[in-house]
Design a protein around this ligand. Sequence first.
Ligand code: ATP
Length: 238
Amino acid sequence: MTALLEVEDLRVSYGKIEAVKGISFTVNQGEVTTLIGTNGAGKTTTLRTLSGLLKPTGGKITFEGKPLSGVPAHKIVSLGLAHSPEGRHIFPRMTIEENLLLGAFLRRDPAGVQEDVERAYTLFPILGERRKQAAGTLSGGEQQMLAMGRALMCRPKLLMLDEPSMGLSPLMMQKIMATIVELKASGMTILLVEQNAQAALSLSDQGYVLEVGKVVLTGTGQDLLHNDEVRKAYLGED
Ligand code: ATP
């Protein structure tokens, strides 16, 4: 197994408040790795730091064997780390296609970009059917598909998804989870942040449980699904 991303003793603060208190984890090539944890555990902060949007106060991030410290956000995208953020952040007045193209803003290969737009429409047919409509007319689940499609437009080596199931109906959530499985089958490496522990761990190779800025438990997705503490705290079982 080759590590694509290695995070060692990462620390991130907002002013005096330390939100991430020395976490370490590894994302292996071709695997789905999940961070689960309650509200405020530091999951989003971790992804934003990996994307270069926040500056760590300590620790080391290594991507493909090279340190990421001090690398600006746009450069991190061009190195192959794509981030589909919590809350989606799509541009509601722009069309679906324009939103997708924004994900390719660093690319200089129009033919390849067009190919990837078509690939996004194959992955999410609803986006293709409505390509010329304003993105704000999409349902929450469809907007999530657009956010994922946009992140894929930079041909990432690592796709980071922040709570893709948030606010979705069970059916839509299943569709999103099935897409994650499909992406993994196509060779994509995925770092997933989820509150829906059951769904996320079921499809994860490796999982890390975060509590108030620290990793408290780690194991394979299956190990964690069957772990008593995880079952009590995250799956609502006695
Ligand atoms: P959630 O599932 O609720 O999104 P999370 O695990 O992603 O939670 P974070 O959003 O990373 O958690 O937040 C970690 C901690 O940092 C929380 O205590 C939060 O209140 C705090 N925090 C997050 N963003 C800021 C900010 N911009 N300024 C100050 N504190 C922040």
